[in-house]
Design a protein around this ligand. Structure first.
Ligand code: ZN
Length: 342
């Protein structure tokens, strides 16, 4: 979607709202109002929540993508024209960086409603991936101008989880439980069973550090998030320390809310792949469909299944590739460290 279309959408919204700008029912909250989650929701991990009606039936992140990367959305009636404008800034950033399209909902079954929180000022929340039916992004009343926090919530709605709950995160960062507010310890639990990319397995092929773990991710927590505070309201210490040898480069970098990282963009692009894209990953085992999540694991299978004039993404590894190939296919090694041989 282009900016012009959003400008048109926004203009329509403003015209509608111009005569009915109602004061929204904001309840003043203290800065510690990030405790807890909106009524009717249960916390899965930090700002990732699930509507209580969906507990027990929710989809997992790698199967609940938005078909064709199209995300229908609507604003709750309580969101003002100015706030819509601010949220659209986040949508435009995500659309410009990826192939994702956010479209105003007409009659689609599955869609995101953006609603202002009546309980929180400085916390926003999102449901993970496409949940089915109406789902929510809940924006703190003081969060509308935190554009990249809103992009972070869009990342959750597209299916992204937090980088520091990767199952292999302890290799890259240290979570200091003694410095975490006990109410929020659960926000730091590694998420069992989730897929991780880029994989630590790739270290065997020469990748290291920020090539394997995305310290720069918009989906990473900062180093004092959810800290325990002393009598002066100062954090008693870091909740996350970056491990050596990456400390000097990344300790102050984790938790940035200024940009989508290169790997954030690649991950979204690959989850929502174009129709002629397919994937090969020598470290993959299990189901093979040629998708990013379920790639083929040999070059031969990948090249046989690749579309004519398609693009085959080859993840780090050593591949036996001798053969005669007559259909045009573009080979792409997005992380490098690929060896094609006999
Ligand atoms: Zn989050």
């Amino acid at each position: 979607m282009n900016r012009l279309k959003h400008a048109y959408v926004l203009l329509a919204g403003l015209l509608l709202l111009g005569s009915m700008l109602l004061p929204s029912a904001i309840q003043a909250q203290e800065p510690d109002d990030e405790e807890g989650v909106p009524k009717g929701f249960t916390r899965l991990e930090g700002d990732v929540v699930i509507h209580n009606d969906r507990i027990g039936t929710r989809s997992v992140w790698n199967t609940n993508l938005w078909p064709n990367g199209v995300v229908p959305y609507r604003f709750d009636a309580g969101v003002t024209g100015g706030e819509r404008f601010q949220f659209l800034a986040a949508i435009v950033i995500m659309e410009d960086a990826t192939d994702i399209d956010f479209v105003l909902r007409t009659n689609e079954t599955d869609y995101v409603t953006i609603v202002e929180s009546t309980e929180f000022e400085n916390a926003s929340f999102a449901e993970l991936g496409r949940q089915g039916g109406e789902q929510f992004i809940i924006v703190g009343s003081e969060h509308w101008d935190n554009t990249y926090t809103l992009v972070h919530e869009l990342g959750h709605a597209l299916g992204l989880r937090h980088e520091q709950t990767r199952i292999d995160r302890n290799h890259f960062v240290t979570v200091n439980e003694e410095n975490i507010n006990p109410d929020f310890i659960g926000n730091f639990n590694p998420a069992e069973g989730r897929d991780v990319w880029p994989k630590r397995d790739y270290e065997a092929f020469g990748l290291a550090g920020a090539e394997v773990y995305d310290f720069d991710s918009l989906m990473h927590y900062g180093d004092t998030n959810f800290c325990l505070r002393d009598i002066n309201e100062d954090c008693i210490g870091n909740t996350i320390d970056v491990n050596a040898p990456w400390t000097a480069e990344w300790q102050d970098g984790i938790g940035q809310r200024t940009h989508l990282s290169r790997l954030d963009v690649l991950t979204i692009q690959f989850l929502y792949r174009r129709s002629h894209w397919s994937f090969v990953d020598s470290t993959h085992s299990g189901t093979e469909t040629g998708s990013f999540i379920n790639p083929h694991n040999t070059f031969g299978e990948g090249i046989d299944a690749a579309a004519n004039n398609g693009r085959l993404f080859i993840q780090p590894g050593n591949y036996s590739a001798a053969g005669v190939y007559s259909d045009p296919v573009v080979l792409d090694a997005p992380l490098g460290h690929v060896r094609l041989g006999n």
